[in-house]
Design a protein around this ligand. Structure first.
Ligand code: PEP
Ligand code: MG
Length: 582
């Protein structure tokens, strides 16, 4: 059999190999079908029964999601259950059956189509994903009408290959032994991807022809770091990947031995190594890996898969829990970063060009009804003096002034109410757009710390959408423009004695560690699986080497030169140096 190599987008790291399980959740085409008047009540009874069964299934899935993904991850199923329980759904379907004399399946399809169509044609990918939730729900109801089942458990272990996986599919399948997920489509924010990351299952998405190129039972290799997939690998390819896998296994076993050691270069420069956190369930992982704080809480993940904004008290309980569980370390709560790629149901506004539209701090400053309760909740949670506030998508100094005003006003209110909180709660600014990078010194003068969001900084500097599969190859964090901006930001921050952190994905790439440390960064905040690899890279560095590398990289002209230089340095360095972990 011919070896097929396919390239997609890396979605969850790690390498896996094994048999393919082709997962088909496509519904068969169905013609609309009429009934006679006498059949109406039987059809309505079938719908009632199917809605009940669907609700029962979703309650079970919700419980599994709760165990695996925490409360936030289970919200989507709660939303689906609520839709099913809404009496107006049954009422509308019943009316369609009665008035148009359609069978149950046709009436269900018609009613759901009314909700799906506007969302399916939305420009925004998150809204389209929401439409996907409604499509999933319809398919579930239809399956239950027809007493059909899709695969929910399998024996042994398998790599799941699918055109697309619904959130429920991902949760249900994860109860069996999934080695990896491969999808033809899918977004980086899809549930299957989030689940894969939390369960440490490698995943590659956007592999356009994966499902047509693979057959049930064929052998597949999935490289979630490189975003590549090999179907029917030759013995030689298998051997190469087996060796790589073996090296990774040994590496990760040895890595755990440095969990309790500090992130200090061997000439004693300490870098604060913190974790980025999307869900509370990641706290034990961060703590086990010795994270010295949370450098970025993406608070907007609270808003996903729900149609309202949690009130002050609900937010307060969440932030306080994070602060208590991380104490005495810092927890840096980024205020809601809503807009562009982070559209939420409670804020479904459509703009012509959302990436350049009302998003991040701009949106919050215009919507005090959202911003003030969140600021109150964060400031109240700062009682033990280990909470910091972080502002996303800042592009001007005025925005920071306005936030300061709001924060002072909130503090006055809280004081009057007799609340205790940290009077000096630090406020940091994310540097994610070129304008902020260029006025970093002014921002640093006004803020308590800077945090460089290299994900957005890269996309806004290079004018490349990071979620677009067509331009994925142009999205390049090692572009000299990005590296030089990082250098300028760090220097500007230090001139104003502000701590400068990097919290984008670049911070979690061990290839970049020597460069970022050499450029003078004070803090790195990384996804939890990256804590130990980055700590290892720091511990095997000397500051003088790192500074030399940074100086050299700043003279390079292309991203491939930067990557080649760093790869080369790493191989030579590893050959030369005694390391904690080889
Ligand atoms: C960034 O832009 O680098 C960042 C950390 O924020 P997010 O990825 O949540 O946009
Ligand atoms: Mg960002």
């Amino acid at each position: 059999m011919l070896e097929i190599q396919l390239q997609g987008i890396p979605a969850s790291p790690g390498i896996a190999m094994g048999p393919v399980l082709c997962f088909n959740n496509k519904e068969p085409e169905r013609e609309q079908s009429s009934i006679s008047k006498e059949d109406v009540s039987a059809e309505v009874a079938r719908v009632e029964d199917a809605l009940k069964k669907s609700e029962h299934e979703l309650q079970k899935i919700k419980r599994t999601a709760m165990q695996r993904l925490g409360v936030a991850g289970s919200m989507i199923f709660e939303a689906q259950v609520m839709m099913l329980l809404d009496p107006s759904l049954l009422h509308a379907i019943t009316q369609t059956i009665e008035s148009q004399l359609l069978d149950a399946e046709s009436a269900v399809t018609k009613e759901f189509a009314r909700m799906e169509t506007p969302l399916l044609t939305a420009k925004d990918s998150l809204l389209r994903e929401r439409a996907g939730d409604i499509v999933d729900l319809r398919q579930r109801v239809i399956r239950n009408l027809q007493h059909e089942h899709i695969l929910s458990r399998f024996e042994g272990e398998a790599v799941i290959v699918a055109e697309k996986l619904s959130p429920a599919d991902a949760v249900v399948l994860s109860k069996s032994h999934v080695l990896a997920f491969v999808m033809d489509g899918g977004g980086l924010t899809s549930h299957a991807v989030i689940l894969a990351r939390s369960l440490n299952i490698p995943a590659v998405i956007g592999v356009r022809s994966a499902s047509v190129s693979s057959e049930h039972g064929s052998y597949i290799i999935v490289d979630g770091d490189a975003g590549s997939v090999v179907i029917n690998p030759s013995e030689e390819t298998k051997k190469l990947y087996n060796e790589k896998l073996n090296r990774m296994r040994i590496f990760s076993e040895r890595l755990s031995s440095i969990a309790s050691l500090p992130a200090t270069t061997f000439d004693n420069r300490h870098i604060t190594l913190a974790a980025n956190l999307d869900r509370e369930t990641e706290i034990p992982i961060a703590r086990r890996a010795g994270a010295e704080g949370i450098g970025l809480v993406r608070s907007e993940t609270m808003l996903l898969h729900r149609s309202d904004i949690p009130g002050e008290q609900e937010q307060y309980v969440y932030y306080k829990t994070l602060a208590e569980r991380m104490h005495p370390h810092w927890v840096t709560i980024r205020v809601f970063d809503i807009g562009a790629d982070k559209i939420i149901a409670a804020f479904p506004e459509q703009e012509q060009n959302p990436a350049l539209g009302n998003r991040g701090i701009r949106l919050l400053l215009e919507n005090e009804n959202i911003f003030i309760p969140q600021m109150r909740a964060i400031i109240r949670a700062s009682l033990h003096r280990n909470v910091r506030i972080l502002l996303p998508m800042v592009s001007s100094l005025e925005e920071v002034w306005q936030v300061r005003e709001t924060s002072e006003c909130v503090k006055r209110e809280l004081r009057a109410e007799g609340e205790l909180f940290d009077e000096h709660i630090p406020i940091g600014v994310m540097i994610e757009v070129p304008s902020a990078a260029l006025i970093a010194r002014d921002l640093a003068n006004e803020a308590d710390f800077l945090s460089i969001g290299t994900n957005d900084l890269t996309q806004y500097t290079l004018a490349v959408d990071r979620t677009n599969e067509n331009t994925a190859n142009l999205y390049e964090e090692f572009h000299p423009a990005v590296i030089r901006l990082i250098k300028e930001i760090i220097d500007a921050g230090h001139r104003e004695e502000a701590i400068v952190s990097v919290c984008g994905e670049l911070a979690g790439n061990p290839l970049a560690t020597v460069l970022l440390v050499g450029l003078g960064v004070d803090e790195l905040s990384v996804a939890t699986p990256r804590l130990l690899p980055v700590k290892n890279a720091i511990r095997n560095l000397a500051m003088s080497d790192a500074e030399r590398v940074a100086r050299a990289v700043l003279t390079l002209h292309t991203a491939s030169d930067v990557r080649a230089f760093l790869n080369n340095w790493r191989s030579e360095h590893e050959a030369r140096m005694p390391t904690d972990v080889e």
